[in-house]
Design a protein around this ligand. Structure first.
Ligand SMILES: *[C@@H]1O[C@H](CO)[C@@H](O)[C@H](O)[C@H]1NC(C)=O
Ligand SMILES: *[C@@H]1O[C@H](CO)[C@@H](O)[C@H](O)[C@H]1NC(C)=O
Ligand SMILES: *[C@@H]1O[C@H](CO)[C@@H](O)[C@H](O)[C@H]1NC(C)=O
Ligand SMILES: *[C@@H]1O[C@H](CO)[C@@H](O)[C@H](O)[C@H]1NC(C)=O
Length: 199
């Protein structure tokens, strides 16, 4: 081979390996949005002491990963994410908002800190949200009003500090638990507008 051809081949090989390493999540997930969102969510978890998320890799289809339930008929669409009492530490990634068919999100009894991402308000099908018993702080995002299907919201036992007015636009809310947080003062009066509220 001529010198410049060799150089071209070497350049090509290094270009390919660069593309492969810089696109790790794409090579595991292809162009499947829900799979990519889950890997982004995993990236924001800084500690997984018992290794529950180790099997979140290409060795098996992502619908079989720990804690994931996919739609029974629609391929590659996540409907439930349940990672409970696993000692997980980190922030809750706003990429979860890309799981547009998600109906149930349970991350309770972990060590998630920081804010509840307001992007979760872009989940129109979310019915059940339980983030109880974590280290979440700051205000409950008012964008949660986008979760128009939400029936059960449990944010108890965190360090949350404010309830937005917009919670009252959740017409389907039946169960709300905000106990044991850093909320101060009386419950806002608008909560009485939640006609279906049981608790
Ligand atoms: C998921 O796991 C089940 C049983 O463990 C297996 O039968 C099925 O083929 C797996 N699905 C995929 C897509 O890997
Ligand atoms: C996925 O979510 C991220 C963070 O919220 C957002 O920036 C991005 O645009 C979303 N991608 C798609 C395909 O919806
Ligand atoms: C949410 O999770 C907690 C565990 O921290 C559990 O006790 C509670 O029953 C759950 N709430 C709902 C409404 O399912
Ligand atoms: C929550 O309240 C406790 C006691 O009132 C206080 O020590 C703590 O700093 C507060 N934490 C946050 C995150 O606001």
């Amino acid at each position: 081979m001529e010198c410049n051809k060799v150089t071209a081949v070497i350049l090509f090989i290094s270009l390919i390996s660069h593309v492969l390493t810089s696109a790790a999540s794409e090579s595991v997930c292809g162009d499947v949005t829900d799979c990519q969102a889950l890997l982004k969510f995993k990236e924001a978890i800084t500690s997984d002491p018992r290794g529950y998320l180790q099997a979140w890799n290409k060795a098996n289809s992502f619908c079989n990963w720990t804690g994931i339930t996919c739609h029974p008929h629609l391929q590659n669409r996540v409907i439930a994410l349940e990672l409970i009492d696993m000692g997980l530490q980190g922030v809750i990634s706003s990429f979860l908002s890309n799981l547009s068919l998600l109906t149930s999100l349970s991350l309770y009894r972990n060590r998630f800190h920081g804010e509840i991402p307001s992007a979760l308000g872009r989940l129109p099908n979310l019915v059940y949200l339980n983030l109880s018993t974590n280290l979440l702080e700051s205000e409950i995002p008012d964008l949660l009003q986008g979760c128009q299907s939400l029936e059960i919201l449990d944010l108890s036992s965190n360090y949350l500090s404010g309830i937005p007015e917009e919670l009252c636009s959740m017409k389907n809310l039946m169960h709300l638990n905000l106990a044991v947080n850093n909320l101060t003062g009386d419950m806002p009066s608008f909560l009485s507008k939640l006609t279906q509220l049981i608790e």
